[in-house]
Design a protein around this ligand. Structure first.
Ligand SMILES: [Zn+2]
Length: 301
């Protein structure tokens, strides 16, 4: 950040800020990652932002390296108080851009998400002495539900069972009780409700879908006309800023290796990353130029 000509500071939460001047327009991402994660998730967005800032020496802007995105984006809540605009570059963490043969994509929103559990009750019994027809096997009912969850996902929505708790969980006992996790995501609130209804469960945790908007999104579209537009199924720092009312946009960089992420197989090419630096540089310059030209003359620097 210092080499890019930014004034560096750190807050008590450990977030790192690099600023030039008034810094109303910001870019950046997170530096923490998951255990056994890859090198690109988060870190790429910080490096690309610093590179862009280094090219825009005459532009007042800020770069942030958040901490603790993966455990709940606390840093991004702090930044929401500072910027007029935020642009986050991030790896796609999925295979869509690779399948399309496109290096970059513009994120138009972040999918809504709900989570909950469903419990199936049966009757524990001896695996060697209880005839099949006499059993009340909770896992058989849970297995039908897992298939039902998968079949319910449509219209861009996703539904996943990722964890089962089988009680008593012994090889020689017919399962008495099974608790099934459900994770449902959809680009729109309406789509989310339809999926919850189709699956038939009560969510215990919910995050509404969030749209990207305003000058940052317009700038990305202007710099990258015709680029594919995607809804992110994963949460990001940008989501917190957008939810706090900051005009926010995201640029996805193609993830190679089938979209591998949260794994050491995460990979994006040097060519794609270089393109992302070009696009971010132009977009930040455009957002700041438009912001300045909208100010009354006596407030311009
Ligand atoms: Zn990330």
């Amino acid at each position: 950040m210092q080499e890019a000509g930014l004034e560096v500071s750190r807050d008590e939460a450990g977030n790192l800020f690099g600023r030039r001047g008034a810094a109303c327009v910001w870019s950046g991402s997170h530096l923490d990652t998951v255990p056994n994660g890859g090198r690109f998730d988060g870190a790429l967005g910080v490096v690309v932002a610093i590179e862009a800032a280094g090219r825009l020496r005459d532009t007042e802007l800020g770069v942030v390296a958040f901490r603790a995105e993966e455990t709940g984006p606390m840093g991004s809540r702090r930044l929401a108080e500072l910027p007029d605009a935020f642009v986050e570059v991030h790896i796609e963490q999925g295979p869509v851009l690779e399948l399309l043969g496109e290096p970059l994509g513009i994120v138009t929103g972040i999918a809504g998400q709900v989570r909950g559990t469903v419990t199936f009750e049966g009757r524990a019994a001896h695996a060697g002495t209880t005839p099949i027809d006499e059993r009340a096997d909770a896992l058989i009912e849970a297995a039908k539900f897992v298939l039902h969850v998968r079949e319910s996902a449509r219209d861009g929505g996703l539904a996943t069972v990722g964890a089962l708790e089988v009680v008593p969980g012994a090889t020689n006992v017919v399962p008495e009780r099974v608790t099934v996790s459900v994770d449902v995501r959809a680009p729109t609130a309406d789509g989310l409700e339809k999926l919850i209804e189709a699956i038939g469960f009560e969510p215990t945790w919910r995050q509404d879908p969030i749209g990207m908007s305003g000058p940052p999104l317009e700038a990305l579209r202007a710099v990258l006309p015709g680029a594919p537009e995607l809804v992110s199924g994963a949460g990001h720092d940008a989501m917190v800023l957008a939810a706090a009312g900051v005009p926010t946009a995201m640029l996805f960089v193609r993830s190679l290796n089938g979209g591998a992420s949260h794994s050491p197989n995460e990979l994006s090419s040097a060519e794609d990353i270089a393109l992302a630096v070009d696009v971010l540089t132009e977009a930040l310059a455009l957002v700041e130029a438009n912001r300045l030209s909208a100010l009354p003359e006596h407030e311009r620097p």
